[in-house]
Design a protein around this ligand. Structure first.
Ligand code: TYD
Length: 138
């Protein structure tokens, strides 16, 4: 599964903390889109999709959130609760986000503009796509 967690350097001085991220460097792709999710109600679970091509880095810049990442072969739950920790999620990985703290702000850096045709939103379709395009090409 093409996913990993990176720790970023925090520049701390008497004026506070600063984390700087550059595309094609600490972020392993050219950043073409940034979005953030916040104000998620208790008990809400979102995501429920994979992407055919898109790469993303998720950073919980405030509060905490759990991310389930899975393929037909493996699955893992990652807790994001540090503003200097990023979870890279490559293509063809199913993800669900849940247990958002009330104050959670989930920042997402993405490798491409929003394109609905890059999404697979039904788990059955994901399994079929994975068998054909991912396992089939190995
Ligand atoms: P979606 O990706 O389904 O959210 P999540 O996976 O976190 O539940 O996006 C929710 C809605 O927002 C959907 O209608 C598409 C829209 N959207 C954009 O317009 N641009 C974007 O960059 C993203 C991520 C979503």
């Amino acid at each position: 599964m093409k996913k990993n967690i990176s720790k970023y350097n925090i520049h701390t001085d008497k004026w506070g903390n600063l984390v700087a991220l550059e595309g094609n460097d600490l972020i392993p792709f050219h950043i073409r889109r940034v979005y953030y999710i916040y104000g998620v109600q208790k008990g809400v679970r979102r995501g429920f999709h994979s992407h055919k091509k898109l790469e993303q880095v998720l950073i919980c810049v405030h509060g905490s959130v759990k991310i389930l990442v899975k393929t037909p072969d493996e699955e893992e739950i990652v807790t994001l609760n540090k503003p200097n920790e990023g979870l890279y999620i490559g293509p063809n990985i199913w993800r669900e986000m849940y247990d958002f703290s009330e104050d959670a702000v989930l920042l997402v850096l993405a490798s491409a503009h929003y394109k609905e045709s890059d999404y697979i939103r039904k788990y059955d379709d994901y399994l079929k796509y994975y068998e054909k395009k991912v396992r089939g090409s190995k």
